[in-house]
Design a protein around this ligand. Structure first.
Ligand code: HEC
Length: 399
């Protein structure tokens, strides 16, 4: 199974507990922190899911011996909030999957480094790699699909593929969780699972996504996504050649809910604007999109989606009474992470509420991710094109 997943889920839970119980964070020794007592628990809960052999982090950060040479980089990375990757600004949520560090945790790491990164006495806490490989996160899935092997050349441009899946389900299915197991993470940059439109093979509705470091998504209790009888799924692959030829065999696992367990359909509202036209070199191109809810809703999650020139995205709600509500601001959007921000508490909004999504793009040479600052860029599926799509997961407030 995806080990990152399980550790990251635990890490997410730990972060939430710290958020709710400052006493634990206050238990950190902020004057004389040591690796054994203060720093190791933070790294184990928030970093090792990616920073261990076989995962995407460039170095392992479990033991004192591994961590010591990186102390300065670690302090810098956490102080700048570059690590762990969590792009939402503070002050929104709270989020179920928040992996960001608290101010105290950052302070402890920074002070520890300034003090010469002491080990401290006693034995080091051991980071347990949970269980064996290859197991699925929520138990054996109800349905597993393996894509045909796909060869990815060593070099060349990024490759995008939409692969329709005929499920053969002879009735409507309610999906309560999805796990995507990348075949080869060296080349699979990201993967989105879509539901196709009726009788068609084009993307209609977002089901789930995978990027390096992401976790499988179990939909909020009582809610599920509907896959109507006869509908196809679509696997939307983005491959990024790694310098070595590879064969990708990605799998997806679905868990179903019984119809009587499902109180509400989880729907994703895409708030998008396909009219974007970003001039070459523009460091600060701004554009907006908006959509209105026709019914009372409970919002469960947000997924900002742009490509390499995406810089920031802001979600807000304009209520029928004219008041506005700030929902989420991601000031340092990073295409690599494709995070879904899962609300710990749903946000209820009345019918007639307009969701506004404001995005800023940086098409200048000053954006290190920019594939080409000399061209104008418009909406398109390729990563070298752009997108402005703010996805809002919601359920009807009245079932
Ligand atoms: C979701 C996966 C993930 C998590 C969680 C994560 N990292 Fe990283 N980290 C990466 C990846 C991938 C890179 C390399 C690419 C990059 O820098 O963005 C990286 C790079 C780094 C670097 C820079 C290494 C260099 O070459 O300079 C440091 C330092 C670092 N991480 C520390 C941490 C610390 C400390 C934490 C926890 C507080 C953490 N990371 C959590 C994935 C992760």
């Amino acid at each position: 199974m995806n080990l990152a997943t399980r550790v990251a889920r635990v890490a997410g839970a730990a972060a939430t507990i710290l958020l709710l119980a400052p006493a634990i964070a206050a238990g950190l020794n902020l004057d004389q922190p040591t690796f054994v007592d203060d720093v190791a628990p933070i790294l184990h809960a928030n970093c090792v899911s990616c920073h261990q052999p076989g995962e995407i982090g460039p170095m392992s950060l479990s033991t004192y011996r591994e961590v010591r040479p990186w102390a300065r980089s670690i302090a810098r990375a956490v102080e700048n909030r570059d690590m762990p990757p969590w792009d939402a600004d503070p002050g929104y949520g709270p989020w179920l999957n928040d992996i960001s560090l608290s101010e105290d945790e950052i302070a402890a790491i920074v002070r520890w480094t300034a003090n010469g990164a002491p080990r401290g006495d006693g034995s080091e806490p051991v980071h347990e790699r949970p269980e064996t490989a290859d197991e699925w996160t929520f138990g054996e899935p109800d349905w597993v699909f393996e894509f045909d092997p796909h060869e990815v050349a060593a070099d060349g441009p990024d490759e995008f593929r939409d692969v329709p899946i005929t499920t053969g389900f002879d009735e409507d299915r309610w999906i309560r969780a999805v796990e995507i197991k990348p075949g080869d993470r060296n080349v699979l940059h990201h993967f989105i699972l879509w539901r196709a439109a009726e009788g068609a093979t084009f993307q209609e509705s977002w089901m789930a996504a995978w990027t390096a470091g992401s976790k499988p998504y179990e939909f909020p209790a009582g809610s599920a996504r509907l896959l109507q009888k006869g509908r196809k799924l679509i696997g939307d692959f983005h491959y990024h050649p790694s310098g070595e030829a590879a064969t990708d065999r990605t799998r997806i696992g679905l868990w179903f809910a019984e119809p009587e367990e499902v109180e509400k359909e989880l729907i994703t509202l895409p708030v998008w604007n396909a009219g974007i036209h970003i001039p070459a070199g523009d460091p600060n191109y701004q554009a907006e999109a908006s959509r209105v809810f026709e019914e009372d809703v409970e919002i469960r999650a947000f997924t900002p989606h742009m490509h390499y020139r995406g810089k920031s995205m802001h979600f807000s709600a304009e209520l029928p009474d004219g008041s506005t509500r700030d929902l989420l601001r991601v000031s340092r959007y990073d295409f690599n992470w494709q995070t879904t921000y899962q609300l710990a508490e749903p946000i209820r909004l009345p019918a007639g509420t307009r969701i506004h999504v404001k995005a800023v793009f940086d098409n200048s040479a000053g954006n290190p991710s920019n594939p080409d600052p000399t061209v104008d860029v418009r909406w398109g599926l390729e990563s070298t094109d752009e997108m402005l799509n703010g996805l809002v997961d919601y359920v009807a407030a009245d079932g």
